[in-house]
Design a protein around this ligand. Structure first.
Ligand code: XIL
Length: 361
């Protein structure tokens, strides 16, 4: 890229940030009129009354853009949700393009947005095997060098947001589907204790932020959930500062565990002394979807919210995407989609009303 195009790109980025943080601020009166939905019972109001968080994610540049899509996304987020999670904004590759560079601009804009609109923020994620920069994934690393890189990252990033976040996903997706430990750059170079080292370091960097282990396919009964349970128990017994477990909640329509199974699994983790949150919920449907699939999806979303509300200690349900236009599903699972509460045009699906009903609205 030449100097001129780099400058153009930087200018475009700055104006996007300005739009997200203030310029096209959805809090301004003119922006309110752009949002056609006038609703006296947004999800967050109902969630507040139940003392739970209802979360939405953003993680795409749409959040930063002025104009119809970005305005509607931000207006929807702040109207419906009392929590946001950071999507791609805090992933290693996003904030550490080089070892010496810490680029917090995207994540900072989201934290500012959340603070302005009275929303909590989940930080995602410190230690993961995906979306890492080449300087970290490549080369030969000793255990000590990798621990040094881990500590450097945790100290800087957790330190940067000290006192500002409601949760940190310290480690993400540490298990294989059969329940064995996943081979990752962290585990392969450091050993199984990378998990406990990360938690202890994060607690030192921000003693007040709740620290989570986050994973998928651990929501209902099964070998992976049993291993996750055993892991959390081991960490707790060793005095590791873990405060919660995130159930990602990426489901296939009609293929969920039952409400009772979900609640029983949540309850056994809570009995270990941790919170449980659903952190990345979506319910994907084979495309093209139809009315009966969307009706089943609505029931599935209600099941998730009900199971969480069934167990004190489950205190948040966060959606993987606010609307289908930001969903990762079609790109990752070809032939599947329609997974969010709101469709491509932000119109509410039966699932939206089912979540509202489950929250008591
Ligand atoms: C996904 C994002 O939504 C996509 O935009 C990105 O291309 C890939 O990652 N588990 C996680 C999330 O913890 O961070 C992933 O998010 C989805 C699976």
């Amino acid at each position: 890229m030449n100097a001129m195009s780099m400058m153009r790109r930087a200018l475009a980025f700055s104006s996007m940030l300005a739009a997200a943080c203030g310029g096209g601020d959805p809090a301004s009166p003119s922006a309110a009129t752009k949002d056609s939905v006038t609703d006296t019972r947004p999800l967050r109001m109902l969630a507040d009354a139940r003392h739970v968080s209802i979360g939405g994610v953003t993680g795409s540049v749409l959040f930063l853009q002025s104009g119809a899509g970005g305005d509607t996304l931000r207006a929807t987020l702040k109207r419906e949700f009392n929590m946001v999670w950071s999507g791609n904004f805090l992933k290693f590759a996003t904030i550490r393009p080089t070892r010496a560079t810490f680029d917090y601009r995207l994540a900072d804009s989201m934290v500012t947005f959340a603070t302005t609109n009275g929303m909590k923020v989940r930080g995602h994620t410190l230690v993961w095997h995906n979306q890492n920069p080449a300087w970290l994934t490549q080369g030969t690393w000793t255990r000590d060098q990798t621990i040094a890189a881990l500590y450097e990252h945790v100290d800087a990033v957790v330190g940067h947001y000290r006192g500002k976040l409601a949760a940190w996903d310290v480690v993400n997706e540490v298990l294989n589907d059969d329940g064995t430990m996943r081979s990752t750059l962290w585990r392969d170079r450091i050993g199984d204790d990378y998990i406990e080292l990360a938690f202890r370091r994060a607690a030192a960097a921000d003693p007040s932020v709740p620290l989570y282990y986050n994973d998928y396919n651990i929501e209902g009964p099964g070998a992976k959930a049993d291993s996750a349970y055993a892991l959390v128990k081991r960490l707790k017994n060793a005095g590791v500062p873990i405060d919660g477990v995130g159930f990602q909640g990426h489901f296939v329509v009609g293929k969920l565990p039952t409400r009772a199974q979900l609640a029983a699994n949540i309850a056994r983790f809570v009995a270990l002394g941790v919170k449980v949150e659903f952190t990345e919920v979506d319910v994907r449907v084979a495309l093209p979807s139809n009315a009966s699939a969307l009706a089943q999806q609505a029931q599935d979303y209600a099941t998730i919210v009900q199971a969480c509300l069934d167990v004190p200690g489950c205190d948040a349900v966060e959606m993987a995407s606010v609307f289908d236009g930001e969903s990762w599903v079609p790109g990752t699972f070809p032939g599947w989609g329609d997974a969010s509460l709101l469709d491509m045009t932000f119109a509410r699906k039966p699932a939206y009303f089912a979540v509202r009903g489950a929250l008591g609205g």
